[in-house]
Design a binder for this molecule. Sequence first.
Ligand SMILES: NC(=O)c1ccc[n+]([C@@H]2O[C@H](COP(=O)([O-])OP(=O)(O)OC[C@H]3O[C@@H](n4cnc5c(N)ncnc54)[C@H](O)[C@@H]3O)[C@@H](O)[C@H]2O)c1
Length: 253
Amino acid sequence: MGIKGKSAIVTGGTKGIGRAIALRLAGDGGNVAVLGRDQEAATRTAAEVEKQGVKSLALKCDVTDYGQVKRVMSEVHQAWGSLDILINNAGMDRSQVFQQTDKELWDLLIDVNYKSFLNCCHVCIPYMIENKSGNIVNLGSDAGRVGNPGEVLYCGTKAAVMASGKALARELARYNIRVNSVAPGPVQTELWENLHPGEKGRKVTEAVTRAIPMHRIGTPEEVADVVAFFVSDDSRYLTGQVLSVDGGLTMIG
Ligand SMILES: NC(=O)c1ccc[n+]([C@@H]2O[C@H](COP(=O)([O-])OP(=O)(O)OC[C@H]3O[C@@H](n4cnc5c(N)ncnc54)[C@H](O)[C@@H]3O)[C@@H](O)[C@H]2O)c1
């Protein structure tokens, strides 16, 4: 599975699934740049990454801001000489029936979940083309494949990421750049906890757990392992794919 010596960028790598991906890629020998809005949290994850004997950078970056993305990607390129792997992980969710949402929330979710993906791909791809090599993995979601009530915006943005990922895969295959997406089901992170708080949230989690054939919520590490597969040579003939990581919840594909 070796990605030894390759440079990887993980957006939103400070906690949850992003942190698990950063640590897993480090375990596989990659140098990992941890991007996050919170410098201290990014520095903490970067220190954990370095403990695995690879290089790391902790870079403050709000990925909704094109200028910030441009600056930090250039820093990574200057430091390590290439941008080999991009993991578009940063994301957020809010639960609200569509009629109660407002344009402010639409813009927020579109910016954080979709425009961040556009920003990062747009800045990173020229470096990869120059190198005639690259690997992009996006965090989609089962929600964007099946639709969840109360998540109209989230589902739309995640479907957009997965669909644009496929289109990019077609554009970029000629440059030896692969683009794939993972579509997690429920994963035990702050995102899930904030979406389903309190007693009502506990009941939702119980009901979802019953519906999952494997009868448990996923862990960040279980998603990270699939991301590691997509960036490895073991998946060298895969591009434009979306793989659900959900204990059998949706069985799409
Ligand atoms: N947890 C789940 O159940 C689940 C399911 C399907 C998909 N996902 C997706 O997986 C990804 C990671 O989610 P998680 O569960 O680890 O969530 P999390 O809330 O634990 O972590 C999200 C990360 O994204 C970062 N982030 C948010 N907005 C940002 C911005 N503008 N700039 C930079 N960083 C930003 C946060 O700071 C944090 O580090 C997200 O894209 C999410 O949509 C999660």
